[in-house]
Structure formats: structure tokens, C-alpha cells
Ligand binder design. Structure first.
Ligand code: SAH
Ligand code: SF4
Ligand code: F3S
Length: 472
């Protein structure tokens, strides 16, 4: 048993990061452990987790398990969890209740919790004491060891917990079963060392570890060969890519090299304003296959709050960068994340946030009420603003955000724009995204799925655009 430890998770040392190419092994006797059994995996949280689930699926299939999308039909149920806010927790414990219920009628079902919540000491303690029926818990640093964890649990019939709170290594030989045939998630780095005072990620994901350019570029080249149209380069803070490697190679260099593979669309997320350098802007400008879309989290428009958050930029610096992106990258779309109700946020601080939103007129924004995360510095800060007040601020902020999002969408009306058609939506229509990351619903034949086509935008909805395909 390896339990998570908050103090260990907080540590950062100069220990060398190892690139491990033989770490994932399925022993011969485990290759058929899942024969005739089905797995169901539910994923919460960010793209990083979505991609981890793609790895977990491939590992389970290496052990002969088969996927099912009906959890009542599964022999193995995994919850890949997110710890970013309290409501993410609540959703997971809510779903665990349903799994418990299912296990009452199907006791052979194996249940497991993995992902960022599994890295939290308090969560694991709660599961160990109140949800003893959960069979396995494994952390974000332990995915490659899933075959052995499962085997131990199935043979020993005890709760099996394997969560390392290490700074982490880079494991290069984990297989992947991708959800899409056209767009792929590609990790370029793991972990985060920014330690924004409200955020749990540096504790759940460990130290910043960049993958080497060779591994990333080879992965993208392979995807091109397989017919993929789009890659999203993933990291908590992609602009800091390469800073931990002993080579003179940064995000701008990586963007150029990935662009040279010829993949049709490149996206990257998430950007921290602090590390956004001019060379990155130049790279985006130079290559048509790097999409004109930047997610640039603001978090707050108040210099006082930004300082308390440990974001290391000011309102002025942020707007300066924003304007630089807008003037240098034609047609760029910029979105953001904003937290309201950070401890001690005054009306004046909040108005500063509204000011920045008015100045930037974002294409869209994800807005959140501050959620204290155990073990982070902000959770201990004095907070004298009521939840009611925070909710009112969120409401006001959303009104403004939506007004600008609508204005941004209006610019597309009657214009022709390229869309990668990804599949069939719930209402039977095709759907896809523009280069600027706008969701478009299109009437048309399924032969267009997986293709980038020109679409004329005919109607604007609050969260999406409607359009028709224009054949050349
Ligand atoms: N690495 C990304 C953020 C990932 S988390 C970045 O730095 O931009 C996604 C968003 O969740 C954050 O941008 C922030 O707005 C929000 N968030 C993170 N911790 C939070 C907390 N404790 N309470 C409320 N929102 C939070
Ligand atoms: Fe969290 Fe800040 Fe790291 Fe983003 S940059 S993951 S907000 S600590
Ligand atoms: Fe959530 Fe972990 Fe991502 S906390 S947002 S799943 S890195």
C-alpha cells in the first residue's frame, strides 16, 4: 500500500527527471486477466484526464478487457477524477453511491478511483474509512502499473491503494486508445511548478516535467501517418515547455517543429501569461497550421488579488500581452478563466476584473467561484465575503462575458470559415470546430466526417454557430 502524502507532494528538489522507456510491462500471466470482462470508465476534469483515460483504456485492452459505455453492464468500473473544485468532489462521491448500489446486486464488480482526487490525502482517508468497498485507488503517477494493481486486488480481495506523491518521472511507453480518429491529445509536459495559491494541481500532478522534443515530434509524425488532422499539445502551462530540460529549446521551437510535420491543425493549452514570449507569437504567426486560438487565463483583474494568487503579472501586463496577441495574430480568438470571490476580494477588486473583461472582450470565458482546496495557501486566507455576494458577482460577470461572446460570434454571420467535421451530434447534425475553436453545427452528409471543409455561417446561437457546407 502506498498512501498519498501532502507534504511529499509539496516538495520540489533538483532530482534529475528520468525518461523511462520500459516501465510499462504487462506480465504474460496478466494478458488475459480481463478475458470476457468489460470495463467502464468515467472521466472528470481537464483534457489531461481525458488523455489519461485514453491510456488507461489501452492498458485494460492489453489485458483483454473490453470497453462498455453502459456502467451497469461492466465488471470493472473506474472513476478518473478531478480535484480542482469542491463540486468536482461532490460529483464523484455522488457517482460512487451508484456504483455501491450496483455492487450490492453484482458483488463481483471491481470498482476503482484514480486521477487527481486519488492524489489527495483527505480523499483517500475518506475512502479508506467510509467507502471500504472501493477495491482500488491509484494515482496519476501510477497509471503504468495498473495491470499489477488490478491483479493484486483480484487475487487478494483487499482494498489496493497505490498512490505515489513523488515529483515524478516521464514514462514513454504507455499505450493509448484514442477517442477520435481525427484529433489527438499529445502531452508535451506533465505537472506544474507555478503553485498559484488557490490551485491543487501542483500537488496532484507533481513537478513540471517536459517530454523531450524527439518523443513529441515522433508521436505527431505517427499521427499524421494515421490520418489525424489535429493535435492539441497539452500541459498545465505549456508556455514554460522546455525550461526544465537542459537544452536551449522552448515552446516557440516546439511549435515550429510540430508545424513542420505537416499536421493540418495544431492547438496548445493552457497558456500562462507569465511565460508567453514573443518567439511563441512569431511561431503562431509564421505557420498557418498553428491555430489562431489562445486560452489565456486571467483569474483576476485586480493587482492586489493577482499578487495574493501568486500569478506574477499585473492587470497592465496582462492587457499589454493580450493586445500584442490581437495585433500580431490575424483573426485570433482569445478565451480565459476567471475566479470570483478569492479570499478578501473587495467590490473594487471585482470591478477591476470587470474592467479587464470590458477591455479584452473575450470570445468566451470559464468563470468559477473560488473553492478552497485543502493544503493550498489560499485555503488558509481570511475570507469575509459571503457566498451570496460571490454568487451575485459571478452572475454579473457572466452577463458581461456572455455579451462579448455573443458579439464575437456575430462576426461570423454570413462568413465562410474552415471547420474540421468531427462527428454526428445529438440532434443528428454534423458538428465540428472552426480554426478559432467555435463549435459549429452543420447539416450534411457523413462523408464529411474527418475532413476540414468550408462552412458558411447562417445563424448564431449563444454557445454555437449554425452553418452549411460550401463545396469548392
Ligand atoms: N493550468 C491552467 C489551469 C488549470 S485549472 C492555468 O494555469 O491556466 C483550470 C481553471 O480552474 C483555472 O484557470 C482556474 O480559473 C480554475 N481554478 C483552479 N483552482 C481553483 C479553485 N481553487 N477555485 C476555483 N477555481 C479554480
Ligand atoms: Fe494551477 Fe497555476 Fe499551475 Fe495553472 S499555473 S495548474 S492555475 S498552479
Ligand atoms: Fe482536475 Fe487534475 Fe485536470 S485537478 S483540472 S483533472 S489536472
Amino acid at each position: 500500500m502506498n498512501l498519498p502524502n501532502l507534504n511529499e507532494a509539496r516538495k520540489r528538489t533538483n532530482k534529475e527527471i528520468l525518461i523511462k522507456t520500459n516501465e510499462y510491462i504487462v506480465k504474460e500471466n496478466l494478458k488475459e486477466l480481463g478475458l470476457g470482462k468489460k470495463y467502464y470508465i468515467k472521466t472528470y476534469g481537464c483534457q489531461m484526464n481525458v488523455h489519461d483515460s485514453e491510456n488507461i483504456k489501452a492498458i485494460l485492452e492489453d489485458m483483454s478487457f473490453e470497453e462498455t459505455t453502459d456502467f451497469e453492464d461492466a465488471d470493472l468500473i473506474l472513476l478518473n477524477t478531478c480535484a480542482i473544485r469542491e463540486n468536482a468532489h461532490n460529483k464523484v462521491f455522488g457517482f460512487l453511491g451508484r456504483v455501491k448500489h450496483l455492487k450490492e446486486s453484482k458483488p463481483h464488480v471491481i470498482s476503482g478511483v484514480c486521477g487527481c482526487m486519488a492524489q489527495e490525502e483527505n480523499v483517500v482517508n475518506e475512502i479508506r474509512t467510509k467507502h471500504k468497498w472501493v477495491d482500488i485507488i491509484f494515482g496519476t503517477h501510477n497509471i503504468h502499473n495498473l495491470p499489477n494493481i488490478l491483479f493484486d486486488s483480484m487475487t487478494r480481495k483487499e482494498q489496493e491503494i497505490e498512490v505515489f506523491s513523488i515529483e515524478g518521472d516521464v514514462i514513454e511507453n504507455i499505450p493509448v486508445k484514442r477517442d477520435s480518429k481525427y484529433k489527438a491529445w499529445v502531452n508535451i509536459m506533465y505537472g506544474c511548478d507555478k503553485f498559484c495559491t488557490y490551485c491543487i494541481v501542483p500537488y496532484t500532478r507533481g513537478k513540471q516535467r517536459s517530454r523531450t522534443p524527439e518523443y513529441i515530434i515522433n508521436e505527431v509524425k505517427e499521427l499524421v501517418k494515421q490520418g489525424y488532422k489535429e493535435v492539441s499539445l497539452l500541459g498545465q502551462n505549456v508556455n514554460a515547455y522546455g525550461k526544465d530540460l537542459n537544452i536551449d529549446y522552448k515552446m516557440g521551437d516546439l511549435l515550429r517543429d510540430v508545424a513542420k510535420t505537416g499536421i493540418e491543425r495544431i492547438r496548445f493549452m493552457t497558456s500562462h501569461p507569465w511565460d508567453f514570449d514573443d518567439d511563441m507569437i512569431n511561431a503562431i504567426k509564421e505557420y498557418d497550421n498553428i491555430m489562431p486560438y489562445v486560452h489565456l487565463p486571467l483569474q483576476s483583474g485586480s493587482d492586489r488579488i493577482l499578487k495574493l494568487m501568486g500569478r506574477r503579472y499585473t492587470k497592465e501586463k496582462y492587457i499589454e500581452l493580450y493586445n500584442k496577441l490581437k495585433t500580431n495574430i490575424p483573426n485570433v480568438s482569445i478565451t480565459t478563466d476567471i475566479i470570483v470571490g478569492f479570499p478578501g476580494e473587495t467590490e473594487e477588486d471585482f470591478n477591476d476584473t470587470l474592467d479587464v473583461v470590458s477591455a479584452c472582450k473575450y470570445d468566451s470565458a470559464f468563470t468559477f467561484i473560488f473553492s478552497p482546496r485543502e493544503g493550498t495557501p489560499a485555503a488558509k486566507m481570511e475570507d469575509n465575503v459571503s457566498l451570496e455576494e460571490k454568487e451575485q458577482r459571478l452572475y454579473k460577470l457572466n452577463e458581461l462575458v456572455n455579451e462579448y461572446a455573443n458579439q464575437a460570434n456575430q462576426r461570423y454571420l454570413n462568413k465562410i470559415t474552415p471547420v474540421l467535421i468531427e462527428g454526428v451530434g445529438e440532434k443528428g447534425n454534423l458538428f465540428g470546430y472552426t480554426d478559432t475553436m467555435k463549435l459549429v453545427n452543420v447539416d450534411g452528409d457523413s462523408k464529411y466526417i474527418g475532413k476540414i471543409v468550408n462552412v458558411e455561417i447562417t445563424d448564431i446561437k449563444t454557445w454555437s454557430l449554425d452553418g452549411i457546407i460550401k463545396e469548392d
